[in-house]
Design a protein around this ligand. Structure first.
Ligand SMILES: C[S@@+](CC[C@H](N)C(=O)[O-])C[C@H]1O[C@@H](n2cnc3c(N)ncnc32)[C@H](O)[C@@H]1O
Length: 266
C-alpha cells in the first residue's frame, strides 16, 4: 500500500496554505479572464481566445482546442514559462513514485501532454510500462519524440470523457498520475465519477497522484472547472480511495495522493 508514507513538504496548515496562495496571486491575476456579457476571453500563447461562459452547473468550455496542432504547440511553448514551478513539481511527483513501496512497475498517465512528467518519472523509476493517454494527437507526437529512448513508454489516443475510455488499457496499474489534466473533465462534478473509473484500473493498494490548480479566482466559471485541494480529497473519498494526503502546494498547484483499498481494508 502506498498512501501517506512519503510526504514531501506537506503543507496542510492554514498559514502555509495562505502563504502559498499569496505567492500564487500574481500569476492568477495575469491569467484572469476578461468577462463581457456571457463571453470571456483570455490570452493563450500570446493570442486572445474567446468562449462562452456557462451556467454554474454546465460544463465549462475550453477556450483552446489542445487537439489542434497550433493550440497544442502554443500551450507547450508557454506552460513552463508561465509556471516555472511545474518542473520542481514534476520532480516531486517522480520522487513520490521512486520512494513508493512496493516499487511501481506499471504506470498510467492521464492527459500526458508533451510527456514532461513521463520524462521526469522515467528518469528515476525503472518501469515495465508507462502508458501515456491523451486525446490530442499533436501532444502524443511530441511525447513520442521526447521519450524515444524509453522503450517502456506506450502511447494511447483516447478521451477520458467517453464512458468506455478505460477499455483501452491492459489493467491493472500500480499507479495512475495526472498533472494539470483532471480539470479537463470540464466540470468538477464529474471528478468523483472519473476517479471511480481510475480506481478500477489500479491494483488493490495502487496509488493515484493528482496535481492540479486551485481555482484561480472565485468566478462561477473557474470554481466550476477547478477543484480545491479539499474538493480533491472529497472526490477521492467519494470514489472509495483511502490514505488520502496532500504532499505539496506551490503557487496554486497542489499534489494529492490516494490509494485503492486493499482487500484487508475493504
Ligand atoms: C493542460 S495540458 C497538461 C499536459 C501535461 N499533463 C503537462 O502537465 O505537461 C492537459 C492535457 O490533457 C489532454 N486532455 C484534455 N482533455 C482530455 C480528455 N478529455 N481526454 C484525454 N486527454 C485530454 C490535453 O490534450 C492535454 O495534453
Amino acid at each position: 500500500m502506498f498512501g501517506g508514507r512519503y510526504k514531501v513538504g506537506a503543507c496542510g496548515d492554514t498559514a502555509a496554505r495562505r502563504r502559498f496562495q499569496r505567492i500564487g496571486d500574481a500569476s492568477y491575476a495575469e491569467r484572469r479572464p476578461q468577462r463581457c456579457a456571457g463571453r470571456y476571453k483570455e490570452k493563450v500563447g500570446g493570442r486572445n481566445v474567446h468562449a462562452v461562459a456557462d451556467d454554474r452547473d454546465q460544463d465549462v468550455p475550453s477556450p483552446i482546442d489542445l487537439r489542434d496542432p497550433s493550440d497544442a504547440g502554443d500551450w507547450v511553448a508557454t506552460a513552463d514559462h508561465t509556471r516555472p514551478w511545474r518542473a520542481p513539481i514534476r520532480k516531486a511527483i517522480a520522487e513520490l513514485l521512486r520512494a513508493a513501496m512496493p516499487a511501481p512497475r506499471r504506470v498510467l498517465e492521464l492527459g500526458a501532454g508533451p510527456g514532461l512528467l513521463a520524462d521526469a518519472i522515467l528518469q528515476v523509476c525503472s518501469l515495465d510500462n508507462y502508458t501515456l493517454f491523451d486525446f490530442s494527437q499533436p501532444m502524443l507526437d511530441m511525447s513520442r519524440a521526447r521519450l524515444a529512448i524509453h522503450p517502456s513508454a506506450t502511447f494511447i489516443c483516447g478521451d477520458f470523457k467517453l464512458p468506455d475510455w478505460t477499455e483501452h488499457f491492459p489493467a491493472p496499474f500500480d499507479a495512475v498520475v495526472a498533472m494539470q489534466a483532471i480539470h479537463e473533465i470540464r466540470h468538477k462534478r464529474h471528478v468523483p465519477g472519473l476517479y471511480r473509473q481510475v480506481r478500477d484500473l489500479l491494483r488493490p493498494g495502487g496509488l493515484l497522484v493528482v496535481c492540479d490548480h486551485t481555482p484561480p479566482d472565485d468566478s462561477a466559471r473557474l470554481t466550476a472547472l477547478h477543484s480545491t485541494e479539499a474538493e480533491q480529497h472529497a472526490a477521492f473519498a467519494a470514489a472509495g480511495f483511502v490514505d488520502i494526503a496532500t504532499h505539496l502546494i506551490l503557487n496554486g498547484l497542489y499534489v494529492c495522493t490516494a490509494a485503492r483499498m486493499t482487500r484487508s481494508q475493504a
